[in-house]
Write a protein that binds this ligand. Sequence first.
Ligand SMILES: [Ca+2]
Length: 485
Amino acid sequence: MLTVSDGPFAACHETLDPRPFLEDCVYDMCVTGGERTTLCRALSAYAQACVELGIAVGDWRSPANCPMSCPANSSYQLCGPACPATCNSEAAPANCSGRPCVEGCVCLPGFVSSGGACVPASSCGCTYEGRPLAPGQAVWADDQCRQRCTCDGATQKVSCQSTQGCPAGEQCQVQNGLQDCYPTSFGSCQASGDPHYVSFDGRRFDFMGTCMYLLVGSCGQNAGLPAFRVLVENEHRGSQTVSYTRAVRVEAYGVEVAVRREYPGQVLVDGILYYLPFQAADGQVQVFRQGQDAVVRTDFGLTVTYNWNALVTVKVPSSYANALCGLCGNFNGDPADDLALRGGGQAANALDFGNSWQEEPSPANCGASKPGDCPKLDSLVTQQVQSKKECGILADPSGPFRECHSKLDPQGAVRDCVYDLCLLPGQTELLCEALASYADACQAAGATVQPWRTEEFCREYREWQLGENKRFQSPAPQGNLHSDS
Ligand SMILES: [Ca+2]
């Protein structure tokens, strides 16, 4: 077929001698025992060489029985366009019309070539200032986030609209190469120990209820923000005077993630137990482990950590300022109004305040009582701060938390720590918990904490490896652990 003078390749003979191709073809057929694919490959080699010289060849595939298999949404054409339609038509060479046709697979009508496949033209998206946009994708047209341009997949046109700019507490910035509205800062709230609370605005109070409570939630003040709730459930452990957080529940995007003390290393998502990491709501809610903590993070910047024991930290972006309620307060920058009752007005004390944020279903026989009394609290605090031992480690100017003091006054944490040890003397584990919760708060405030755990002092226990009962066996000698030079 290669050399036949009235065959499909005849037009090429004068320009490109077919005889070397014939010899190669015969040789290859001889070696492979006459395989058809070898024949097709040899004929194709001459056909391609001719096309590259600008000479169109005839249909050789049908008589040689060498059909070309084409990918989905395309068909074989002997003489197809040199520059087939693609998603990015602007990228095509200028002299397409003057080029000879090529043999190959050509996309069916309504489809265009994209990344080696033929895709519907409507899925191409748009080009905005030389930048490809997927259908539905939006970009900011200005550096103030005031002009939003969206690609319409059906028309492949970009339409732009003016917006209000970034919401309060957010700023138009580029992060990880993406321009968008990002929170200018974060607020953090903590429940630790028995439990001591520190609100977003820095208000400290103690509330020892054993029911379920709203720790923080978006309470409808700003309908533009994604809604969420974080609930805590507390319990007595040993002593009836104090309580501990035993479970944390995060609700967002219609998904409920519960981290419970009785399931260390695991979480319940909509009531089903999972190992970590886990994603819910199409990745809008991420749950993973970080050191001793379970971390629940949403795509709108909410981060809730719980150490499967007694320490809960909630971080929210500043866009939620003055749009929250619950035990963590309203996040308006003023600690004075943080004991707000659910029904409105300020509570007279932490007990009334806590009770007003009780949620159902709470465990049977749950309740709250007045915190226990520690008459010598003031003198104990002074004593430990001076000795720089036990809770005094927190305030030691040369201790492991020294770099945190400028960001987070340790006095409140020292007082909570001394109070816990006063109420439950001999429970040295409480000291480790108190140090851990201050360390956590320091890191949330962006401070560096020097190593403070050792093999002998507050050693980290992997309760999911050792079993729960090991946790309260940790002996904590009152050693001076900050003897660094
Ligand atoms: Ca406040």
